[in-house]
Ligand binder design. Sequence first.
Ligand SMILES: NC(=O)c1ccc[n+]([C@@H]2O[C@H](COP(=O)([O-])OP(=O)(O)OC[C@H]3O[C@@H](n4cnc5c(N)ncnc54)[C@H](O)[C@@H]3O)[C@@H](O)[C@H]2O)c1
Length: 247
Amino acid sequence: MRFSGKRAIVTGAASGIGRATAQRLASEGAALVIADVNEAGLAETLASLDGDHRAVPFDASNVASCHALVADATSTGPLDVLCNIAGMLDWGPTASFEEARFNRLLQINLVGVFAMCRAAIPHLLPSRGNIVNMASTAALDGIAYSAAYTAAKHGVLGLTRSLAVEYAAQGVRVNAVCPGQVDTPMGNQAPPEGDVDWSIVMRSAPKLENGICQPEDIASMVAYLASTDAAKITGSAFTVDGGQLVG
Ligand SMILES: NC(=O)c1ccc[n+]([C@@H]2O[C@H](COP(=O)([O-])OP(=O)(O)OC[C@H]3O[C@@H](n4cnc5c(N)ncnc54)[C@H](O)[C@@H]3O)[C@@H](O)[C@H]2O)c1
């Protein structure tokens, strides 16, 4: 029960890693505000949780919506943990990947994370709380046909490290998790259309037996980083990838 008496926001909680994280934190005693643009999925997640939790719809592509989510979550009490997990994947051959698609992906996967962090930090200072951002192995390596997603996830890691330095002396920790392929709707998304050489995408396949991660594998790392078990960890990027990047 590492989160007994703790209050957390989990975004992306309608599905996949966000849902598994909400279930893990709730099972360890956290009181949650879960958030997502998918209201039906959010209601399903809420119904799966034991305890006193709230679901708040929000759109990570909209800065005002990010700020309103934090304001709502903090209107009834303090905030100890922010898990920024909402995200999307859009990929394809770069020559035909228009700037509008690039901008939309960055708005959701990077600007939304910044907006959530910026709004949450004033509330995490008094609680000496922490942030866990969902990056990716795409934050650490290049991935073919994924320039926008890779740029956004490298940005999430840069943001994580910079905030960690800025707020460490004030007791706020900021870390990132870098999953490889995870068995979720996003992780199982169809390959991009167009002229795609799949062999250059698959160069970094998982190497462990049954190496593709389950959402729960990632949720347990999020819970570890958000807990006092990780009290001396900040600015870190923890890879959970079944050995994808090992060589
Ligand atoms: N699945 C993988 O292989 C993998 C690997 C590395 C990193 N990730 C990251 O993990 C995170 C969760 O992904 P997942 O695999 O659970 O995928 P998922 O598709 O199961 O869940 C993503 C969630 O984000 C929500 N979301 C998307 N756009 C949103 C928006 N504009 N506002 C609010 N919510 C929005 C979706 O509704 C969904 O519930 C993402 O940040 C993703 O980039 C996933």
